[in-house]
Design a protein around this ligand. Structure first.
Ligand code: C2E
Ligand code: MG
Ligand code: MG
Length: 318
């Protein structure tokens, strides 16, 4: 009976992931793969209490002004000495429902870190946390955000929640309610991986979102395909006319960044400027990123805006 129920819940997850009114079938995994998966699942259950998760932070810059817009918190799991990439454990965490616990932990941890940076004088205007589709529509989300902001004494605008388009597919009305509850708290909302989901453009006008993140699958096409370039240009125009902030994800080359700047998308996130790093390395990462952004824009980084003065560095290394 236990096995039957677990197979049924895996089929249910499939069905939910496909949207409303759909049917999911349980597909038996290969035996070995199934065993590894089970082992990982049981590890995942203990991971939060054992403190095996950490957040790494990737800076995102306004490449025209050379200033930091914010940092994105990305979860990392160190499991039995091996680093498990998010794309593997996020799916497992969603399947098992642990994603809600992970999301709550990430909100608290990112807020704690933000408090520490602010106290140390590091200028990070905002930290964004990725929240799974499955977490939306749960009362606890707005509650956890409210508690995190209060406990760590943050201004609400210092926290941003990133959601993906699939949130809208599941239950638009519930998601809309949740987004308004978050918005009422004053946190910023961004739509991640834009263009990859089942977006209905009319959602964009009805959602209280502040920012569109252009998915890296489109950014990668810049300079390589005229069609890709046309898509990015169209997304930028859409974002601008809806007065949304724009960030391009996965920017790896100066040529891509320059094309984006020419199109009017100044928010740049990607390995070109900064990779995700542990919190302690963020000040150095930001300094490097600002230098790189300045060379893109064709001038030196602005002075008087040092993100990591000696005080900040000393406090952060304690
Ligand atoms: P995402 O939110 O779209 O995050 C961006 C991903 O792109 C990150 O991968 C980041 O390391 C990677 N990236 C950034 N710049 C570049 C670049 O220039 N080139 C390339 N090739 N990649 C770049 P990561 O950390 O492996 O995370 C993958 C996804 O896992 C995230 O995509 C997000 O959807 C999910 N994820 C990560 N942390 C969390 C979390 O705490 N909660 C939830 N629910 N999902 C998370
Ligand atoms: Mg994200
Ligand atoms: Mg993304």
């Amino acid at each position: 009976a236990g096995e039957l129920m677990s197979h049924a819940s895996s089929a249910l997850f499939q069905a939910k992931a496909n949207g409303r009114r759909s049917v999911g079938w349980y597909v038996p995994p290969l035996k070995a793969a199934g065993r590894i998966r089970l082992k990982m699942l049981s590890g995942l259950h203990k991971a939060i209490e054992r403190g095996e998760f950490e957040l790494h932070y990737q800076a995102c810059l306004d490449a025209r002004a050379g200033t930091v817009i914010g940092v994105e918190a990305l979860a990392r799991w160190r499991h039995e000495g091996v680093f498990v990439p998010p794309l593997e454990f996020i799916a497992l965490a969603e399947e098992s429902g642990l994603i809600v616990q992970l999301g709550e932990w990430a909100i608290g941890e990112a807020s704690r870190q933000m408090r520490q940076w602010t106290d140390a004088g590091l200028q990070v205007p905002r930290v964004s946390v990725n929240i799974s589709t499955l977490h939306f529509g749960m009362q606890s989300l707005a509650e956890s955000v409210r508690a995190a902001i209060r406990d760590h004494g943050l201004a609400p605008g210092m926290l941003e929640i990133e959601l993906t388009e699939s949130c809208m597919v599941r239950d638009f009305t519930a998601t809309l309610g949740e987004l308004h509850a978050l918005k009422d708290l004053g946190v910023s909302l961004s739509l991640d991986d834009f263009g990859t989901g089942y977006s209905s453009l009319s959602y964009l006008t009805r959602l209280p979102i502040d920012k569109l993140k252009i998915d890296r699958s489109f950014v990668r096409l810049l300079g390589a395909s005229a069609d890709g370039e046309a898509i990015v240009r169209a997304i930028v125009a859409l974002g601008q006319s809806l007065r949304l902030e724009l960030v391009a994800e996965g920017v790896e080359t100066a040529a891509q960044a320059k094309m984006l700047l020419d199109m009017g998308c100044v928010g740049i996130q990607g390995f070109l400027l900064a990779t995700p790093v542990p919190a302690v390395h963020l000040p150095a990462s930001i300094t490097r990123a600002r230098r790189r952004a300045a060379s893109l824009a064709g001038g030196p980084a602005r002075t008087g805006e040092s993100p990591d003065g000696p005080d900040a560095r000393a406090a952060l290394s304690r």
